[in-house]
Ligand binder design. Structure first.
Ligand code: GLC
Length: 469
């Protein structure tokens, strides 16, 4: 069975968030004697494309509205990814030094059209087309509705929603950019007066998955306007928990770490990583270290962090280190804390993969006070590296972190996203830290949890098989 994934991001080629980690690992775990899983993504002007060499597989042009664009299909010469990857190079549209911008309609529409045009030329067509998020949400529509893709009509499509907050809306004025289709079906593209690629994918894909079972249930009540649609389509929807790539996230082999460690050497291993972090960021190594890694946006509860940090640092003897970027207002407030709490609080505003790995390894606790968290991978990385997650009970966090008050507890869970609940959770974490025997037991249990892809990769295979019957 040949599975073709479509995505705007894929680690290690281009990463903005967790989507890249999933698309960069799931195919590897799906590949087997009977399954070949591959990825098609855009070719951006970024580090990976600068540093690697590519073979050109195909060249042609597309018409988008009144404009004609040249394109090429490339594949990297490097073979160690564990799956085949094809990159769509449309120099005038996609080849930018970023993945996303304010207006990406033409960019991602052209990407989807080119990818399907190219598939039309394949001798062996995919058995399943698997689309990730709204950037490739028009593919299920085009495959079933556009005259040009009539020969792809019978290929089952799967949509995975990694984040329903973003839907890729554009106005009906741009409908002519989409290859010809029977206009009486234009309603399939529409939701609430605009063209909505995520809604179109939910309507047209054969199956819809989300990245955790709890997020699936939550979407029916809260999906940034798509609640009714998801409710209506709920029979074809299912939540499948993400896994993590244990080749990349393994404290025994992680080459980013200052010191690698096993479950049995966790205490000494983490200490060396913590010492490095505390030296780099001028924090005291003897205090419990809390970290936050993520985008500084409302979804992640980041707007509350300045107040939470201020309150907790005034009363507790702890260190906090933050890695992330986003809202300028939040960044500014956090910057002010650096002077006020010198030696107790520090941050790296931006994204740094190596630093993220060392932080998971060196920290004692990870904070994730998310308002929305479809799955969340950071808590899974933290658990694997012996860092205890302090999370809000939502989406994938709810499905993966058991509170320490329960049997088999591996983290601290709070119900609401407000300053009081988050600071209370930090207080509970500190109580646990004071009881080092219990702290070590919780940490060990977390490290032993298996959140690898083994189980979930199979759930997807079962979904694919059910569509082929
Ligand atoms: C998105 C979600 C995150 C999820 C990731 C991978 O980034 O916000 O919760 O883990 O996608 O599916």
């Amino acid at each position: 069975m040949k599975i073709t994934h479509f995505s705007a991001e894929c680690y290690p080629i281009a990463k903005v968030g967790g989507l890249a980690d999933v698309v960069g690992s799931l195919p590897k775990y799906q590949n087997s004697k009977t399954i070949s899983s591959e990825v098609i993504m855009p070719f951006y002007d970024i580090e990976f494309t600068k540093k690697n060499k590519f073979n050109v597989l195909f060249e042609s042009t597309i018409q988008l509205g009144f404009s004609t664009f040249k394109y090429r299909i490339l594949t990297p010469k490097l073979k160690k990814l564990g799956f085949t990857i094809y990159l769509v190079d449309i120099p005038d549209l996609l080849f930018k030094n970023y993945v996303y911008s304010e207006n990406d309609t033409e960019r991602f529409l052209a990407f989807q059209i080119v990818a399907l045009d190219w598939i039309l030329t394949w001798e062996t067509k995919p058995d399943i087309v698997h689309c990730h998020d709204h950037h490739v949400g028009l593919i299920p529509f085009m495959m079933t509705q556009c005259v040009r893709y009539d020969s792809l009509k019978m290929i089952p499509t799967v949509l995975t929603i990694h984040n329903a907050q973003y839907q890729g809306w554009f106005t009906h004025e741009k409908v002519n950019l989409i290859p010809a289709f029977n206009f009486k079906n234009v309603g399939l593209l529409d939701w609430d007066g605009s063209i909505n690629p995520l809604a179109a994918a939910i309507k047209c894909a054969w199956r819809v998955t989300t990245v955790s079972p709890s997020y699936m249930n939550e979407l029916i009540y809260s999906a940034n306007g798509l609640e009714m649609l998801l409710n209506h389509e709920s029979e074809k929807c299912i939540g499948v928990l993400n896994g993590i790539d244990t080749d990349v996230w393994n404290s025994e082999t992680d080459t980013y770490l200052i010191k690698q460690y096993k479950t049995t050497s966790v205490q000494s291993g983490k200490k060396i990583n913590k010492k490095y972090l505390c030296e780099q960021f001028k924090l005291e190594v003897t205090k419990p270290l809390f970290i936050f890694i993520g985008r500084l946006v409302g979804e992640k509860g980041a707007d509350l962090l300045p107040e939470v940090f201020e309150e907790t640092l005034l009363k507790n003897d702890i260190s906090i280190l933050l890695l992330g970027s986003g809202s300028k207002a939040v960044e500014q407030k956090l910057e002010n804390l650096k002077t006020k709490f010198k030696g107790k609080y520090n941050s790296y505003i931006g994204y740094n993969e190596k630093l993220a790995h060392i932080m998971y390894a060196g920290a004692d606790f990870l904070l994730m006070p998310s308002r929305v968290e479809p799955c969340g991978l950071n808590q899974l990385y933290a658990l694997k590296y012996g860092t205890i997650p302090v999370v809000r009970s939502i989406g994938g966090l709810k499905d993966t972190v058991i509170d320490i008050s329960k049997v088999g507890g591996i983290g601290i869970v709070h119900e609401e996203v407000n300053v009081k609940d988050i600071t209370n959770a930090i207080d509970r974490a500190l109580e646990l830290y004071k009881n080092q025997d219990e702290f070590k037991k919780v940490r060990k249990r977390g490290m032993q949890k298996d959140y690898s892809w083994e189980v979930s990769a199979n759930s997807y295979i079962n979904i694919y098989n059910s569509l082929k019957d």
